[in-house]
Design a protein around this ligand. Structure first.
Ligand code: ATP
Ligand code: MG
Length: 428
């Protein structure tokens, strides 16, 4: 036998039955987006490296050490597997002049790539649901995006408080961050001996990023750092206040976390994260914020924007931890075809049932009636359709109930499957 090959470390296969949870969540997401009138967009997984360097900022974890970048061996172009969705979406909007006819509210789902140390909730290929509102200045849209997350938790059966909590902050505007930055550098310089290597390197290039440090040894120093909130002017505070007002009116509890800075440089004003205590140190399920400068920075006409990204692997782990299972991905019916003679009429009837919306797993590959019934049982189907010789001679099929313990069975006419198809479908 040839050697087996393995997937790339940190990149996962999603197989049945786990994939049922993914499909269930994706279905909920699609319905949610339709209710909020957000439209779908799909952009390439590979983008020019320069897009992320320019968009995310040179001194960020992602650009410094997490990107899968490579040279196109055909033409030498510098390319990167997208580590996040926003930069590519903005690139597409600018390239296609998509905001020409007015603002856009859009969403996408897909794989992202970051070269991190794989662990529970942290992978090298992972998936994000990403939602963006482009050319909206807020603060109403900022709040709408946050409320949309809450609606998703509710649709999935997750509880605010015990499963997910909201943290918000304001990063103000560039000049406010500049004043804060000077105070921050002074604070960290005064305690230079306590800085780790990352922090020392970032002290003068991007000190705000030090606040995002995950090093436990740095937490006390970070905690004591000057707060950006204290440097915000009237307009920034008013924006933040207006977002909070909507959340308060909607009865949504949150914590203002002055240390919440997010991992990309493009954010300003509103930033937020939905966190959970159920996933250890990979506790951020969803994060987002406003990025009013990014569209212009990537060559577009200046336009404000706001969005969020949600890690689907972490959401799946959270659902599992909260004991929320997807509905079983069992077919409505399993077709038992004991007689080779029955194949043609059976397959014609099965096709007709499927066309009428019934989910039918067809037994394939022969075997005794008994072994086929075993498979029917294992499939989780609620009914067995028995295409036996007796039935066929009478122009009928036996429908046998498999799940309610009654074992009840009925003969149905083969000629008109659409007339009784509905009796096979679950009420859900
Ligand atoms: P973290 O602080 O956990 O590294 P992040 O701030 O880098 O997260 P974002 O860039 O904001 O994450 O991405 C949005 C969401 O995508 C995160 O909240 C998380 O749920 C998910 N995510 C980010 N990186 C990974 C990863 N390597 N594996 C799985 N999910 C991830
Ligand atoms: Mg990260």
């Amino acid at each position: 036998m040839a050697d087996k090959l393995s997937a790339v470390k940190g990149m996962n296969d999603i197989l049945p039955p786990d994939s049922a949870r993914w499909e269930w969540v994706e279905g909920k997401v699609r319905a949610l987006m339709a209710r909020y009138a957000y439209r779908n967009i799909r952009t390439p997984i590979v983008e020019p490296t320069a897009l992320f360097v320019r968009g995310l900022g040179e001194v960020t974890d992602i650009v410094e050490k997490e990107m899968y970048s490579f040279e196109d061996s055909m033409n030498g172009d510098r390319l990167t597997l997208r580590p996040e969705a926003t930069a590519g979406i903005v690139r597409a909007m600018v390239e296609h002049n998509a905001l020409y006819n007015g603002p856009l509210r859009i969403w996408t789902i897909g794989p992202m790539f970051r070269h991190e140390r794989p662990q529970k909730g942290r992978y090298r290929q992972f998936h994000q649901l990403d939602v963006e509102a482009l050319d909206y200045a807020g603060p109403d849209v900022d709040a709408e995006l946050i409320l949309m997350c809450r609606a998703l938790w509710r649709d999935l059966g997750l509880a605010e408080g015990s499963d997910v909590r909201l943290e918000i902050n304001s990063l103000g505007q560039a000049d406010e961050r500049q004043a804060h930055r000077a105070a921050l550098i002074a604070h960290f310089e005064a305690h230079a001996d306590q800085l780790d290597e990352d922090a020392r390197r970032r002290l003068h290039s991007n000190p705000l990023r030090i606040l995002d440090s995950k090093n436990p040894a740095m937490q006390a120093l970070v905690e004591a750092a000057p707060r950006l909130m204290d440097f915000l002017g009237e307009a920034s505070l008013a924006h933040f206040g207006a977002v909070r007002e909507v959340l308060d009116a909607a009865g949504l509890a949150y914590r203002v976390n002055p240390r919440l800075v997010r991992g990309m440089d493009y954010y300003n004003l509103t930033v937020f994260e939905w966190v959970t205590d159920r996933l250890g140190s990979q506790g951020t399920v969803c994060g987002g914020g406003r990025y009013d400068g990014l569209i212009e920075q990537l060559g577009g006409k200046p336009a404000p924007a706001v969005g969020w990204g949600l890690g689907l692997e972490r959401l799946m782990l959270l659902l599992e931890a909260a004991g929320i299972g997807a509905p079983a991905d069992a077919p409505d019916a399993y077709a038992v075809v004991p007689d080779a003679q029955a194949r043609l009429p059976a397959m014609a009837a099965i096709e007709a049932l499927r066309a009428a919306g019934v989910s039918v797993a067809m037994h394939a590959g022969g075997g005794s009636m008994k072994s086929q019934f075993k498979k029917a049982d294992a499939s989780g189907a609620r009914f067995a359709l028995v295409f036996g010789a007796d039935e066929l001679a009478a122009g009928e099929v036996t429908v046998k109930s498999l799940r309610d313990g009654s074992g009840a069975q009925q003969r149905r006419p083969l000629a008109a499957p659409a007339e009784w198809a509905a009796t096979l479908q679950s009420q859900a």
